[in-house]
Design a protein around this ligand. Structure first.
Ligand code: PMP
Length: 381
């Protein structure tokens, strides 16, 4: 099987798996003061430093969570202030978009969705327009889109937000471990990530909170005082340790890996556009994550293509949306028709992807698309 669904989840890194197993075999609650507890706390401290090194922040600025969904919820629920704007975009992951809708349900005028172009870029000038008449609040824009890989230049956003006292949050789930992420350079106040997208285990993630950012405790979970009162609940020591180990590995060869994966992605696009000349690549091609491509095969339903190539693991839009009968909200926001959105497949590559897999996948996709297309033509004859 060619596994080309890294944006849904990446294979666990061997170093992370080993760290998880080792941590799981030791008893200890990181909040306990006896020796086993302190040993667990030490493991968590190391992971916090490893993750902080990947993001260029200090370890005390990291709050461990159960993943990016929780980090996004925590970020928005603790920064939105009724009466102040919550600025986001229609191409965000549901963990941001639905949370934003929910917290503003009684004041829908607070929710501002910035316009998105057909290339998937959010219109950043619109941020300045919003802040020409309103101030404070929070801006939440993803650094990299999970369906198209399109990147957002957050520095422009941060500058405009800073001038009016608004906080900036970014969902960086798809970029952490794939391209360098430096919170100081991005100039954001809050950043969400999830371990399983970069080779850590599933069910663990983090929210970076810039020192000095005022977050009220208990805005999401009510309970113990873990994570400075911002995230109650016994720490997932094994998960956190696995995430730390993965962070440590990716930090070492990030740029080399990104180059290799970009070349593989470009090769897949070349092979497919050659074999199927009317397919279309979605999103701004020169401003994307290394390993992602979203391709529309006009008139050919993606679910039929995926079913016709069981040995290629790719996805329709995003994994979170598939299974649901609605077409991708991201592609619709970029102006694709419903039919084109339903005829789009996302391929996402990563650190284990090989040349041979790309070769094989390109052939399988071309065959499957041709087969489905001629079956449809036969059916309508
Ligand atoms: N944000 C983005 C951009 C994502 O791609 C995902 C995972 N699909 C999430 C948030 C949620 O991550 P998790 O399911 O690990 O909580």
């Amino acid at each position: 099987v060619s596994y080309l669904d890294y944006n849904a989840t990446a294979p666990i890194r061997p170093e992370a798996a080993a760290a998880v197993i080792e941590a799981m075999q030791s008893v200890g609650n990181a909040s306990s003061i006896h020796q086993p507890g302190r040993r667990a706390a030490h493991r968590v401290d190391l992971a916090r430093r490893q993750l902080a090194a990947l993001l260029n922040c200090s370890p005390g600025e990291i709050i461990f969570t159960s993943g990016a969904t929780e980090a996004n919820n925590l970020a928005l629920r603790s920064t939105y202030i009724p009466g102040r704007p919550l600025v986001t975009s229609p191409v965000e992951h549901p963990a941001v978009l639905e949370t934003a809708r929910m917290v503003t349900v009684e004041r829908p005028e607070d929710l501002v969705l910035l316009p998105v172009g057909s290339d998937g870029l959010v219109d950043l000038n619109a941020v300045e327009q919003v802040f020409a008449t309103r101030s404070g609040g929070v801006v939440s824009l993803m650094r990299a889109n999970n369906e198209t890989g399109v990147l957002t230049d957050l520095r422009v956003v941060a500058k405009a937000a800073r001038e009016v006292g608004a906080l900036v949050h970014t969902d960086a789930t798809q970029i952490v471990g794939r391209l360098p992420v430096d919170v100081a350079e991005l100039d954001v106040d809050l950043l969400s990530l999830s371990a399983h997208k970069f080779g850590g285990p599933q069910g663990v993630g983090a929210l970076y909170v810039r020192r000095g950012t005022p977050l009220p405790p208990r805005s999401l979970l009510v309970g113990g005082e873990q994570e400075r009162g911002l995230r109650a609940g016994t720490l997932n020591v094994a998960g956190i340790v696995g995430m730390g180990a993965a962070a440590d590995v990716v930090r070492r060869d990030l740029s080399e890996e990104a180059k290799r994966i970009t070349a593989l992605r470009d090769r897949l696009e070349r092979l497919l556009t050659c074999a199927l000349p009317n397919c279309r690549i979605n999103g701004r091609r020169d401003q994307r994550l290394p390993g992602v491509t979203s391709i529309t095969f006009p008139g050919v339903p993606a679910d039929a293509v995926l079913a016709a190539m069981p040995d290629v693991a790719a996805s329709e839009g995003s994994a979170c949306a598939s299974g649901a009968p609605t077409p991708s909200h991201v592609l619709l926001a970029m102006g694709l028709s419903r039919e084109d959105a339903d005829s789009t497949i996302r391929f996402s590559l990563g650190y284990v992807t090989t040349d041979a897999e790309i070769e094989h996948a390109a052939q399988a996709v071309a065959r499957a698309v041709t087969q489905v297309r001629s079956a449809l033509a036969d059916g309508s004859r």
